[in-house]
Design a protein around this ligand. Structure first.
Ligand SMILES: C=C1C[C@]23C[C@@]1(O)CC[C@H]2[C@@]12CC[C@H](O)[C@@](C)(C(=O)O1)[C@H]2[C@@H]3C(=O)O
Ligand SMILES: O=C(O)CCC(=O)C(=O)O
Ligand SMILES: [Fe+2]
Length: 334
């Protein structure tokens, strides 16, 4: 099909090094699927202090225990989410050469990614394509791709949602108040929107990941997924599969919140497994700071050394380029 990236051709030429056992994708049909802790955000504005406190407590507990949770009554209406999925389908159905040629001057790698061009083995290859767009470029991006303003509306609303949740988590950390440390650092223009598409993967390559195991480079990530399923995460040292709930949004803690909270909140490894039948879509919003921001744990003794976001990004790019894989926070352990 004219819209498919040449995943098969590139994958076939990669050596088949052994995937470490703990990274080997597990067939969803053989796994018990868990529902992530479900938090009803409607209680934040209910006017009842007790309900609000209860809701905040659930968010904080899930961020500590799971690093992942899902939210309903999040304020983003169903129509926007449905329209967003239609726009996403239109975007990925463009001919491959058109997608691959989106190379704006402010992005050295372009917005469009597929597979993993830095992969030196099949273990690092992701059976997917994605548009990784800085929020500051969303408006131009969607007009040049003839998409509706829904993409921007979603980005604005999801940004408000991340601020609300970040405030609750930060204010629980005592001296690290959101207003003092984050409010003017995490600005919409430093955040990213990532639209993912996972094409069906031939049965003979079923050990390939849709997106290889990673933690997110973000403070918080908000994920909107369809009802196909395929997301897995590490819970108590084992992979578990996540039951999709298309009316909920998945929120997860990223590396920057883990470092800032000195390990109180967990940036948990996750991945996407492939399936042989249907394509899958998801959209991730990453809340991120300006590059000059210094990530400094606010309690002592600190697990990670201080680092600027610029330095963090540079290290990741270096690791991905030289090893095909993201290393992330372990690089910054004291
Ligand atoms: C090849 C890769 C790109 C990626 C790091 C990875 O090894 C696998 C995960 C990718 C991901 C997904 C979430 C974020 O968008 C990202 C910046 C991250 O931290 O992990 C990307 C990485 C990337 O695009 O460089
Ligand atoms: O598609 C998914 O469910 C997860 C996507 C993801 O982890 C990411 O974009 O970082
Ligand atoms: Fe992720």
């Amino acid at each position: 099909m004219e819209w498919e990236p040449p995943l098969v051709q590139v994958f076939q030429n990669l050596p088949e090094t052994k995937i470490e056992t703990d990274e080997e994708p597990i067939d969803v049909s053989r796994l018990k699927c868990y529902e992530l802790p479900l938090v009803d955000l409607g209680r934040l504005n209910s006017g009842h202090a007790m309900n609000r406190k209860e809701c905040e407590k659930e968010i904080i507990e899930a961020a500590k225990e799971w690093g992942f949770f899902q939210v309903v009554n999040h304020g983003i209406c169903k129509e926007i989410l449905v329209k967003l999925q239609e726009e996403q389908l239109k975007l990925f159905r463009q001919p491959f050469h058109k997608k691959a040629n989106q190379n704006p001057s402010n992005s050295p790698t372009g917005f469009y990614r597929w597979g993993n061009l830095a992969a030196t083995s099949r273990a690092h290859f992701s059976w997917s394509e994605a548009f990784h767009i800085p929020v500051s470029s969303v408006s131009d991006f969607r007009t040049s791709n003839h998409l509706s303003s829904t993409v921007e509306e979603y980005t604005e609303q999801v940004s408000e949602l991340t601020q609300k949740i970040a405030e609750i988590l930060a204010d629980n950390m005592g001296i690290c108040s959101y207003k003092t440390f984050l409010a003017d650092k995490v600005v919409p223009s430093s955040c990213y929107l990532r639209m993912n598409r996972y094409p069906p993967c031939p049965k003979s390559y079923s050990k390939t990941c849709g997106l290889v195991s990673h933690t997110d480079t973000s403070y918080l990530t908000v994920l909107h997924q369809d009802n196909t399923g395929g997301l897995q995460l590490m819970k108590d040292g084992a992979w578990i599969c996540v039951k999709p709930n298309p009316s909920a949004l998945v929120i997860n803690i990223g590396d920057l919140f883990e470092a800032w909270s000195n390990g109180l909140y967990k940036s948990v490894r996750h991945r996407v497994v492939t399936n042989g039948q249907v394509e899958r879509f998801s959209i991730a919003y990453f809340s991120l700071p300006t590059t000059d921001t210094v990530i400094r744990s606010c309690s002592q003794p600190t697990i990670y050394r201080d680092f600027s976001f610029e330095e963090f990004k540079r290290q990741i790019q270096f690791d991905v380029k030289s090893t095909g894989n993201k290393i992330g926070l372990p690089r910054f352990l004291r």
